[in-house]
Write a protein that binds this ligand. Structure first.
Ligand SMILES: [Zn+2]
Length: 156
């Protein structure tokens, strides 16, 4: 069970599949994003702060978690650029960065920057944007279009 909870998520994709139980329980993350807030969960029992947000504390397995705000500005530590070989559906170039938010080191997609433009030491800030709504299977063959936002960082 721990192994599953600690699994790695593809960074350019959603943190959790929409249909999963985890999605239903971490949806405040997306509500907060719509307000321009980057949030995660902190354990009220042992104080462990985890990112991405969890439904169970990875440290002590408590479900007694609460939402806390993370900084929305940070400093770029490492930049990765990918001009070819991007996954289907993603515009090239794909630029990612490791951003130091102070209390958290985040690997994130970067938007609004050109190849070679972003450098180590640059300031970056949260950028929330709408993404294509996705069809979610409803009951009895109906399809619900789920409106969504996601986030990246951009040069501050
Ligand atoms: Zn805990």
């Amino acid at each position: 069970m721990m192994g599953m909870m600690e699994g790695k998520y593809a960074v350019t994709m959603d943190l959790y599949p929409l249909e999963s139980k985890e999605w239903n329980r971490i949806y405040p993350f997306y509500d907060h994003l719509k307000e321009g807030r980057l949030t995660t969960t902190v354990c009220k029992d042992c104080g462990k702060k985890a990112y991405p947000p969890r439904v169970i504390c990875p440290e002590c397995l408590s479900e007694n978690l609460e939402w806390v705000d993370l900084p929305t500005r940070g400093r770029v530590l490492v930049v990765t650029e990918e001009e070819v070989g991007a996954p289907l559906g993603f515009k090239t170039p794909l630029i990612h960065a490791i951003v130091d938010l102070g209390e958290l080191i985040l690997f994130t997609k970067m938007t609004g920057v050109k190849m070679g433009e972003l450098k180590e030491g640059d300031e970056a800030k949260l950028h929330v944007f709408p993404v294509d709504s996705v069809p979610v299977d409803g009951k009895k063959g109906t399809v619900i279009w789920q409106e969504r936002v996601f986030y990246a960082f951009t040069k501050a």
